[in-house]
Write a protein that binds this ligand. Structure first.
Ligand SMILES: Nc1ncnc2c1ncn2[C@@H]1O[C@H](COP(=O)(O)OP(=O)(O)OP(=O)(O)O)[C@@H](O)[C@H]1O
Length: 563
C-alpha cells in the first residue's frame, strides 16, 4: 500500500467530489447559522437575566424573549436542513466514488485483479468506501463550521475586552486542535493513532479475505478435518482485530477526558480574567456574565473537531486504500476511436510473454486463417490459456505482435475486439440469477428463441427444460447447485449466443461425457461456416474437429504442427 500524508489524502478526496461543492457550502452555512442560533439562545438568555436584575441591556426584555424563541425555532429548522443536506451529499458522494472505483476496477480487469485478494477488494468496495461518507458528511463541514464559528465567537467575546477574545481563541485552539494533535501522537505502544487505524483497516480486509477463502474451501476443510485449525486461526485474527480496536477506543476515551478537563479549566480562567477586569473597572457586570456563559456554551464545534481526530485517522486509512485502487495503472489500456475492424483471421507473430519474471511464451508464431478450427495442445502449465488471453488482449504481449485482420490488437477498438471474440474460460462463473439472465449476459437483446438455439447447440436445452422453472430457474448461491459439466455447457451456450466470428474455447469438453461431447462437436462442425475457432483441449476426441493442431511448446521452433 502506498503511504500518503493525511493532507494529500484529504486533498485527493475533496477533489473526487467537485460536483457537489455547492451543496457542501450550503451545509456549512446552515450549520454555522444553526450553531450561532444555539449560542445566542444562551447569550440572549443571560441578557434577559441581566434585564430582570435591572441592568442596561441592548434590547428590551420582550424583544429579548422573542429573539430567544426565534433562535430556538431557527436552530431546529437549520439543524434539520443541515442534516438533510449532509445526508444528500453523503449518498450522492458514495454513488460518485463507487462509480469511480468500479470504473477503475473495470480498467484493471482482468490482468491486475487476477492476483489480488478478493476479500480485501470486497472490503474496499464496501466498508472502506462507506467510511468515506464519514469524511464528507461528518468531517469537512464540522471542520469548516468550527473555523467560522470560532472566529465569530472570538470577535463577540473580544468585543467586551480583547483579552477575553484572545483567551477564547486559545481555548478553542487548545480543545479543537492542540490537545487532539498531542494525544493522537501518544498511543500505548509508542505507535501513532494513524498506525493503529491503518492496522485496523488492513486487518479487517484480511479477515474478510480469510472468511471468503474459508467459505470457498469448505469441502476441503471438512474432507481433511481442518475445521478446528481454521476456527482457531479465525478466532486469532478476530482477537487481534478487536485488540487493535480496543486500543483505538481506549485512546479515544482518554482524549475525551483530557478535552473535558481542558474545557472546565478554560471556563475557570475566563471567570478569573473577567472578574479581574471587572474589579479594575475595565468591564461591567454584563462583561463578566455574558462572555463566561458564551464560552461555556460554545465548545460544541471545537469538540466535534477534536472528536474527528480518532475517526479521521480511520477515514484516511480507508481513503488510502480506495486511492490505491484509483491510482493503480491498468496492465492494458482501453482503445477507442480507431477505425472499425472486421474479423478476417488472426495471427501471433514471434510473441513472447511473461508474468513478471516467469517467462511463459517465447517467440510463438501461429496463423489462424478465417473459417478454420485450430487446436492447441501442450503440457499442463505450458501457456495454452495464456495464449488465448493474449488474443483476448487481457494482457499485452511483451514482444512480437498479436494480430487480428492483419492489425496489431493494441490498435483495435476494445469494443470491436469484444464483439469479434467469444471466450469460454475453464471456469464458467454463474451469477446469482435465473438461467435465462445468466445466458443473456452474452447478448443483452437475445430473444428467447436465440437463447434456446444456443442451448441446443451446447447440449444443455433438455437439461434446462427438465428443471422445475425451466429457463427461469434460479442458479444457486455461487452456482454450486449445478454440476461441472452443466456449468461448462452453459458457458458454451453463452459463447454460441454471443455469436462472434472468432471463438476461443479453453477446454470446452473437459467435464463432459462422450455423448454430450459428440453433440457439442457436431454443433462446432455445423457452426464452422461463418466462424473461426481457437480450441484448447487435452482430449484427443475433441481435437478431431480441428483442421490443424499445434503444440504450444513447439510453436516457436518447428512451427509446432502436430496434425
Ligand atoms: N496471472 C498470472 N500470474 C502469474 N502466473 C500465472 C498467471 N496465470 C497463469 N500463470 C502461470 O503461467 C503458466 C501458464 O499458465 P496457463 O494457464 O496459460 O497454462 P495452460 O497451458 O493453460 O495449463 P492447463 O493445461 O493446466 O490449463 C502456469 O505456470 C501458471 O501458473
Amino acid at each position: 500500500m502506498k503511504r500518503r500524508s493525511g493532507f494529500s489524502v484529504m486533498a485527493r478526496l475533496i477533489g473526487l467530489v467537485k460536483p457537489l461543492v455547492g451543496f457542501m457550502v450550503l451545509a456549512v452555512v446552515m450549520g454555522l447559522a444553526g450553531h450561532l442560533c444555539a449560542s445566542f439562545i444562551t447569550i440572549f438568555g443571560s441578557y434577559a437575566v441581566l434585564g430582570l436584575l435591572g441592568f442596561d441591556t441592548p434590547l428590551g426584555l420582550k424583544a429579548m424573549f422573542a429573539s430567544v424563541v426565534l433562535f430556538a425555532v431557527l436552530r431546529a429548522v437549520l439543524r434539520y436542513a443541515e442534516q438533510s443536506c449532509n445526508h444528500f451529499i453523503a449518498f450522492k458522494l458514495l454513488a460518485l466514488i463507487r462509480d469511480q472505483v468500479f470504473l477503475a476496477l473495470r480498467k484493471l480487469c482482468p490482468a491486475k485483479l487476477e492476483g489480488r485478494d478478493k476479500g480485501d477488494l470486497i472490503s474496499v468496495i464496501t466498508s472502506d468506501i462507506e467510511l468515506l461518507e464519514v469524511f464528507y458528511a461528518h468531517t469537512i463541514s464540522p471542520a469548516a463550521i468550527a473555523f467560522f464559528y470560532t472566529a465569530v465567537m472570538c470577535l463577540f467575546i473580544g468585543s467586551f475586552h480583547p483579552a477575553m477574545g484572545i483567551l477564547a481563541l486559545l481555548a478553542y485552539l487548545a480543545v479543537g486542535i492542540i490537545i487532539p494533535l498531542i494525544t493522537s501522537r501518544l498511543s500505548g505502544s509508542g505507535r501513532t493513532a494513524a498506525d493503529a487505524a491503518a492496522e485496523f483497516r488492513t486487518g479487517s480486509g484480511d479477515l474478510s479475505g480469510f472468511v471468503l477463502d474459508s467459505l470457498r474451501g469448505l469441502s476441503e476443510t471438512i474432507q481433511y478435518s481442518r475445521g478446528r485449525e481454521r476456527l482457531i486461526q479465525m478466532n486469532d485474527r478476530t482477537d487481534a482485530l478487536s485488540e487493535t480496536e480496543k486500543r483505538m477506543k481506549r485512546t479515544a476515551g482518554r482524549n475525551m477526558a483530557v478535552t473535558n478537563t481542558a474545557i472546565l479549566l478554560f471556563d475557570l480562567c475566563m471567570l478569573l480574567v473577567s472578574a479581574m477586569l471587572y474589579q479594575s473597572g475595565k468591564v461591567d457586570f454584563a462583561g463578566v456574565l455574558v462572555p463566561v456563559i458564551a464560552l461555556f456554551s460554545s465548545f460544541g464545534p471545537a469538540v466535534a473537531l477534536a472528536n474527528l481526530g480518532s475517526t479521521l485517522q480511520n477515514t484516511f486509512a480507508a481513503g488510502n486504500r480506495v486511492l490505491d485502487i484509483l491510482d493503480e495503472i491498468p496492465a492494458v489500456l482501453e482503445v477507442a476511436g480507431r477505425e472499425k475492424t472486421a474479423f478476417e483471421g488472426a495471427a501471433a507473430k514471434n510473441v513472447s510473454f511473461s508474468y513478471g519474471a516467469e517467462s511463459i511464451l517465447e517467440g510463438v508464431s501461429l496463423e489462424i486463417p478465417r473459417g478454420q478450427v485450430i487446436g492447441i495442445v501442450g503440457k499442463s502449465g505450458s501457456g495454452k490459456s495464456t495464449l488465448l488471453k493474449l488474443f483476448m488482449r487481457f494482457w499485452d504481449a511483451g514482444n512480437g505482435s498479436v494480430e487480428i485482420s492483419g492489425r496489431d490488437i493494441s490498435r483495435i477498438n476494445t469494443a470491436d475486439l469484444r464483439n469479434m471474440e467469444s471466450f469460454m474460460t475453464q471456469e464458467t462463473h454463474l451469477f446469482h440469477d435465473s438461467i435465462r439472465s445468466n445466458l443473456r449476459i452474452a447478448k443483452l437483446d437475445a430473444t428467447d428463441a436465440e437463447i434456446e438455439a444456443a442451448c441446443r447447440k451446447a447440449s444443455i436445452h433438455d437439461f434446462i427444460m427438465g428443471l422445475p422453472q425451466g429457463y427461469d430457474t434460479p442458479v444457486g448461491e455461487l452456482g454450486d447447485t449445478l454440476s461441472g459439466g452443466e456449468r461448462q455447457r452453459l458457458g458454451l451456450a453463452r459463447a454460441f449466443l454471443h455469436d462472434a466470428p472468432f471463438l476461443l474455447l479453453d477446454e470446452p469438453t473437459s467435464n463432459l461425457d462422450s455423448l454430450n461431447e459428440a453433440v457439442i462437436l457436431k454443433s462446432l462442425r455445423e457452426e464452422r461456416d461463418g466462424k473461426t475457432v481457437l480450441l484448447v483441449s487435452h482430449r484427443q476426441s475433441t481435437m478431431r474437429v480441428a483442421d490443424a493442431v499445434y503444440s504450444v511448446e513447439d510453436l516457436s521452433r518447428t512451427g509446432g504442427r502436430v496434425s
